[in-house]
Design a binder for this molecule. Structure first.
Ligand code: NAP
Ligand code: MG
Length: 501
């Protein structure tokens, strides 16, 4: 393989990385209690890149004990909020300083493109630590109205020890989405990264110590869902779980909670989000590049991806032609090449699962408008597919595929487009394209989903809450000031005051 100079530079960084391999508990790296390890692969090559401690229930126990001790000693939970702010700001800067190393680590562990990893880790992850760090000393309680014989304080207190269970599609970004507000609130944490992508969260824990976080406040237990994940879900000394992943596993966390200590569970789950092109939308380059990103960004491994592209009949042919051109131009291949726009699927199994949906779409009678058998090396690469003639009852229109399979559904008019968009058990995100702000607002109000983006494909940013309606989420939200609600308890303190004359 001939590498461009930029790609070679990132391959060289990859060659020099020393990979974390142990769990991070109570401020230090340690082997799993059982001594077991598991392999983590580079999806772009299919090769094992390292062995990682396989944390199980005993390790989760150790992590929870350390987290509880740190929560009780107050070194983080009761320190001055200005101190929490300064540590989180230092962590933001350390992530920036190590962005290239972390981005390469993320890319080789996940198959994500280096360009996306640099954006996520160089910009977004530090922004989260900085923004919530800044909030740490600007979050006030309340005083309730009373007569003069009383003073009623409404306090927000850190909830305690929180379990954070993460997916593999944005490994470090999802860690930051949850850790930044949890730490800003004063909680102690036990993080379980996805088994496919354990490395970046482990390195982050080390940087957090360097930033001044006390030992025990951030523990990382790499391991499998059925063991480490379930042990977190069922732990009686974990006060809250915040989970991002599939709807199926989210449901398990509700069961774990009901069968253990009834801990509240914040859920961010799957989606089958619509992108709706109304009769008056302009089918220009902006719309098309958003439609292509909506389906293919991160290889379609994105919970808010718009895979159901519902297009008004009079716009359909122009849209289809241009969206196929856009998808055709996508550069799939070596994730460490900055020119690459789509890297590898996270695992061989996931690649096969996505490919099986392409077969299913063909069998269901959808027409393949774009497909490509081109190969990109030994790894788990999959080219995008565009289907035309998708109908709302097809599995490819109903089930979350989590890969680059864009389905175009024709709607006779705007009202039918709305009906089709609504016909899903999910409610995470929708994109609507129109030149008419009245129509845009009509759709935004009617669509039961946590985020509606108008004339773009967007999840919002650190300032805007993100989460799902229906089977895409619980009432919990990541991001925005609202994320803090997951990690605080509300306490009333009622003083009786004696009249003093
Ligand atoms: P997943 O299989 O549900 O896994 C998520 C996490 O749960 C992983 O850490 C996993 O551990 C763990 N887990 C799996 N089985 C478990 C069990 N029986 N008990 C306890 N924990 C268990 O999801 P994924 O495949 O990693 O991620 C893709 C899904 O995440 C998609 O459905 C996507 O839509 C969703 N997602 C949602 C959002 C959002 O904000 N709404 C964002 C990103 C992704 P292992 O890694 O060991 O399996
Ligand atoms: Mg990996």
């Amino acid at each position: 393989m001939t590498l461009s100079p930029d790609a070679k530079r990132f391959h060289d960084v990859a060659g020099r990385l020393s990979l974390p391999s142990q769990a991070f508990i109570d401020g230090r790296f340690q082997a799993a209690h059982s001594g077991r390890t598991f392999e983590t692969l580079n999806p772009a090559t299919g090769n094992v890149i390292g062995l990682v401690a396989k944390a199980e229930a005993a390790d989760v126990d150790l992590a929870v004990t350390a987290a509880r001790r740190s929560f009780r000693d107050g070194s983080w939970s009761r320190c001055a909020p200005e101190h929490r702010k300064s540590v989180l700001l230092r962590l933001a800067q350390l992530v920036r300083d190590h962005a290239e190393e972390l981005a390469v680590l993320e890319s080789i562990d996940s198959g994500k493109t280096i360009t996306d990893c640099l954006a996520e880790i160089g910009e977004h992850v530090p922004t989260f630590f900085q923004w919530y760090g800044e909030l740490a000393d600007k979050s006030f309680g309340k005083v309730a109205p009373t007569g003069e014989d009383a003073l009623a304080l409404i306090l927000k207190e850190p909830v305690g020890v929180v379990g954070l269970v993460l997916p593999w599609n944005f490994p470090l970004l999802m860690a930051a989405w949850k850790l930044a507000p949890a730490l800003a609130c004063g909680c102690s944490t036990v993080v379980k990264p996805a088994e496919q992508t354990p490395l970046s969260a482990l390195r982050l824990a080390e940087l957090a110590m360097e930033a001044g976080l006390p030992a025990g406040v951030l523990n990382v237990v790499p391991g499998f869902g059925e063991t480490a994940g379930q042990a977190i879900g069922r732990h009686r000394d974990i006060d809250v779980v915040s989970f991002t992943g599939s709807t199926e596993v989210g449901a398990l966390f509700l069961r774990y909670a009901s069968e253990s200590n009834l801990k509240p569970v914040g859920l961010e789950m799957g989606g089958k989000s619509p992108l709706v092109v109304l009769d008056d939308a302009e089918i220009d380059d902006h719309l098309i590049s958003n439609a292509v990103s909506a389906a293919c960004w991160n290889g379609g491994q994105n919970c808010s991806a718009n895979m159901r592209q519902i297009v008004h009949a009079k716009q359909k042919e122009a849209f289809l032609q241009k969206v196929v051109e856009g998808v055709t131009a996508l550069k799939v291949g070596d994730p460490l090449d900055p020119e690459t726009q789509m890297g590898a699927m996270v695992t061989h199994e996931h690649m096969e699962r996505v490919a099986s949906y392409v077969d299913k779409g063909r069998r269901e009678g959808a027409r393949v408008a774009y497909a490509n058998d081109g190969k990109h090396g030994q790894g788990f690469f999959l080219n995008p597919t565009v289907f035309d003639g998708v109908t709302p009852d097809m599995a490819i229109a109903r089930e979350e595929i989590f890969g680059p399979v864009l389905g175009v559904i024709e709607a006779a008019d705007n009202a039918e487009a709305l009906d089709i968009a609504l016909d899903t058990p999910y409610g995470l995100h929708a994109s609507v394209f129109t030149r008419d702000m009245d129509k845009a607002m009509h759709f935004a109000r009617r669509l039961p989903c946590g985020t509606v983006s108008i004339n773009c494909f967007s999840e919002g940013d650190v300032k805007t809450p993100f989460g799902g309606y229906k089977q895409s989420g619980s009432l919990a939200r990541d991001n925005g000031v609202e994320a803090m609600d997951q990690y605080v308890q509300t306490k009333t303190v009622w003083f009786h005051l004696k009249p003093t004359g």
